[in-house]
Design a binder for this molecule. Structure first.
Ligand SMILES: NC(=O)c1ccc[n+]([C@@H]2O[C@H](COP(=O)([O-])OP(=O)(O)OC[C@H]3O[C@@H](n4cnc5c(N)ncnc54)[C@H](O)[C@@H]3O)[C@@H](O)[C@H]2O)c1
Length: 361
């Protein structure tokens, strides 16, 4: 191993964010140790299988080593961090679905909170020189964003007051709201990461993601909004809308722009940092608007049904305020527009040879 190259340790390395981070840092000449046990398949069935991505990473990336290790394996994680001595740890392994958590509460908490604690303690004990970046979520705010006054437009909800126009800032309360069990386990992890920063004086960051997306996603109904929506369109599958008249708004950010924010935090580290990270207003879209746009781009009409029952704790309008991120990490900007994202998702699903049965091969 060439020790002059910096070393990246990334969990969830075959998922959307993990694999983007692997490719991003591989292109910059880093050595990379990736940890992913394909638990996404266990969570979501064959459609969540990330083997295709693992295979691709091993083919494409020059300095990548893959470990099929479970982040709940405390000793295994400690040993790997001790021996690899990374400059940067990116923690992107998770049970990522809001909806799935209630049916698998122990798995959800043990992976999201327990797995994070395993990493933090291994890092603190064996190699605290590393910068630690944790992929958190906007679900840590629970459904509190829904308490902002909203206005209903023809195709979307939006914030009614001009002072909310930029979206949700990091000052929003994380308390006294409905989080879902997923939001609760991710909030536990988020606070642990902040505390390992503040209590031990170490460089940590929580990136509270809006809708993170890109062609590397193995999008499924319960996780990966835009990726799954595009897939449904291409396969002429019915997409089910859950409540809010399909006018609920998400802000979408390409995984490349997430990787870039991580690189910038590595270059400008601080203790216990927290950032909201999404597509902001310019990359925000409602479900109804997304149906219209994907149809324009593919020429395929969107099939959909409606259930007049929102997902529990779901956001009606969520737009990330990116002001803090922009000021703390100078040079960070969105490089992919919504249309870029749509096009990459369409090309990505097509190149994964979507069969008529719906299985990605
Ligand atoms: N995608 C989004 O819209 C979004 C939004 C906000 C926050 N996030 C957060 O970003 C992070 C990455 O999300 P993603 O979209 O890349 O998810 P993903 O499901 O695509 O990737 C997660 C990866 O972690 C792996 N994994 C799960 N449990 C594991 C375990 N016990 N041990 C080892 N590996 C395990 C899975 O196999 C999967 O490949 C997560 O923490 C998620 O909560 C994602």
């Amino acid at each position: 191993m060439n020790h002059t190259r910096p070393h990246l340790f990334v969990t969830g390395s075959c998922g959307l964010i993990g694999s983007e981070v692997v490719r991003f840092f591989d292109a910059r000449g880093w050595h990379i140790t990736g940890v992913d046990n394909n638990m996404r398949r266990d969570f979501f069935g064959p459609e969540g299988d990330i083997s295709w991505n693992r295979k691709r990473l091993l083919e494409v990336c020059k300095h990548y080593t893959q470990h099929d290790l479970d982040i709940r394996n405390r000793q295994g994680i400690a040993e790997l961090i001790r021996t690899t001595r990374p400059a940067l740890i990116v923690h992107a392994a998770a049970q990522p679905s809001h909806d799935l958590a209630a049916s698998r509460p122990f798995d959800d908490f043990e992976v999201n909170a327990g797995g994070t604690l395993n990493l933090l303690e291994a890092w603190r004990q064996h190699w605290p020189e590393a910068v630690f970046v944790h992929m958190s979520t906007n679900k840590v705010y629970g459904d509190r964003p829904n308490t902002l006054p909203l206005v209903e437009h023809t195709s979307r909800w939006d914030y009614a007051r001009s002072e909310d126009r930029n979206g949700i800032a990091e000052t929003m309360s994380i308390d006294q709201s409905q989080h879902s069990l997923f939001g609760a386990s991710k909030l536990a992890a988020d606070v642990l990461v902040q505390e390992y920063g503040r209590y031990f004086g170490l460089a940590t960051c929580c990136m509270r993601g809006g809708c993170l997306t890109g062609p590397l996603h193995s999008g499924v109904e319960l996780h990966g909004f835009l990726s799954y929506l595009v897939r449904c369109n291409l396969e002429r599958r019915e997409y089910t809308i859950f409540g809010y008249k399909g006018k609920q708004v998400r802000d979408n950010i390409h995984s490349f722009d997430v990787a870039r924010s991580i690189e910038l935090f590595f270059e400008h580290p601080s203790v216990g940092a927290v950032f909201n990270l999404g597509g902001g207003r310019e990359n925000s879209i409602s479900i109804m608007e997304a149906f219209e746009r994907v149809t324009e781009l593919t020429g395929i009409a969107m099939r959909h049904s409606y259930r007049d029952q929102p997902r529990r704790g779901d956001h009606i309008c969520y737009i990330s305020d990116l002001s803090l991120l922009r000021s703390a990490l100078p040079g960070w900007e969105l490089t992919r527009s919504l249309d870029d994202i749509f096009r990459e998702l369409i090309d990505g699903w097509k190149s994964r040879a979507v069969s008529s049965s719906g299985a990605a091969v």
